[in-house]
Design a protein around this ligand. Structure first.
Ligand code: PMP
Length: 361
């Protein structure tokens, strides 16, 4: 018998995700600034909880994540019954596409939007639809104009990765309220905690039945390696997502560490102010060297070079100096480098290296 094993149509059209661990990132004197990680790592309380969890590894973890959902709900003033936790916010994005989009359906996202929106849409068999931005910023009018009767999901990250730009709550509300009746707006708040006093737009969800938010422990909480994220939305949608969620999607270690992390908001506040200070410093230093960036509200700066050749040359130069940043050609920004805001010494090293690069040319 000749085997005839094939994936569903469209699966092989998905481009493999390239990113995450960078070559050379573990070497001495090398600083990885390519994945928007928190340079200070997680809080001590999260690390202690992680260590303690070793004593319960023989037990299956909670299936309903009640303790973590309660901690998230208390911290953000939410209804814990409407919180759902997943393996990174990636998994929540995946659940949404699996549950709401299939062949013939359209999933919208912005031109320079996070790559997982496309991957998850295609994995569900749906059609990904990329919508142009205005000045590297989400364009609500363009998104509304692109909606059809087949649009099931509209993803926007606010602030956006890799641009760092953000639209106002009023614009997000306008988008939510202008969508066709079968469409859900997914508000990706992966970087929300970096903005002082901002709830990520959680208030927009109350009173609306078509908005879901995703959040992550990978950024300000410094737990990218733990792989944990959460979502919040209307009860009916969260119920749907829970039906396709594996009962043990999160380990007890993930749950315990994330719960301790969310209960340590003093740590979050310290990381937020350190990031704001160094982001401002780095953006100014680069601008003085002739490398401008849009005002970023997240933990990275999208540095714009004269053209793709200069960005590539600078990337290689930085790499030689042990500084690993992200080329964002995949996001159609080949003249840009996305540089994660590191600690003070990392930012100084970047500015120094870019100065040397500019002087060299
Ligand atoms: N959304 C955005 C906008 C992101 O930048 C990222 C991570 N790069 C994620 C979601 C996914 O984060 P995680 O799966 O680690 O929670």
């Amino acid at each position: 018998m000749t085997l005839n094993i094939r994936p569903r149509p469209g699966i092989m059209d998905i481009a493999l995700y390239v990113g995450g661990a960078a070559p050379g990132a573990g070497q001495a004197n090398t600083i990885k600034l390519s994945s928007n990680e928190n340079p200070f790592g997680p809080s001590d309380r999260a690390k202690e909880a992680f260590g303690r969890s070793v004593h319960t590894l023989h037990r299956y973890p909670s299936t309903d994540h009640a303790a973590l959902r309660a901690a998230i709900a208390e911290t953000h003033g939410l209804d814990g019954a409407r919180v759902i936790c997943g393996v990174g916010s990636d998994e929540i994005i995946h659940f949404l596409c699996q549950a709401y989009a299939g062949p013939g359906d359209e999933v919208l996202f912005t031109e320079h939007g996070f790559l997982m929106y496309r991957i998850s849409a295609m994995a569900a068999g749906a059609t990904p639809v990329e919508v142009a931005e205005r000045e590297r910023t989400t364009d609500v009018a363009a998104l509304l104009a692109a909606c059809t009767e087949r649009t099931k999901l509209v993803f926007i990250a606010n602030p956006n990765n890799p641009t760092g730009t953000m639209i106002s709550a009023a614009e997000v509300a306008q988008l939510a309220d202008g969508l066709p009746p079968q469409a859900i707006l997914v508000l990706d708040g992966a970087y929300a905690e970096y903005i002082e006093g901002y709830d990520g737009g959680l208030a927009l969800i109350e009173g609306r039945e078509n908005v879901v938010m995703t959040r992550t422990f990978s950024k300000i909480y410094g737990l990218g390696g733990l792989r944990i994220g959460w979502g919040y939305g209307p009860a009916a949608i969260v119920d749907v997502l829970n039906r396709i969620r594996g009962p043990f999607n999160l380990s007890s270690t993930q749950l315990d560490a994330a719960e301790a992390a969310v209960r340590d908001q003093d740590y979050v506040a310290r990381c937020r102010s350190d990031n704001a200070r160094m982001r401002h410093w780095l953006a100014e230093a680069l601008a003085e060297l002739g490398v401008p960036s849009d005002t970023s509200l997240a933990n990275f700066v999208l540095a714009r070079f004269a053209d793709a050749a200069e960005a590539e040359a600078c990337d290689l130069f930085l790499r030689d100096q042990g500084l690993i940043v992200r080329r964002v050609a995949g996001y159609k920004l080949p003249h840009c480098l996305r540089i994660t805001v590191g600690d003070e010494s990392a930012c100084r090293r970047v500015a120094h290296a870019v100065a040397q690069f500019k002087g060299r040319r």
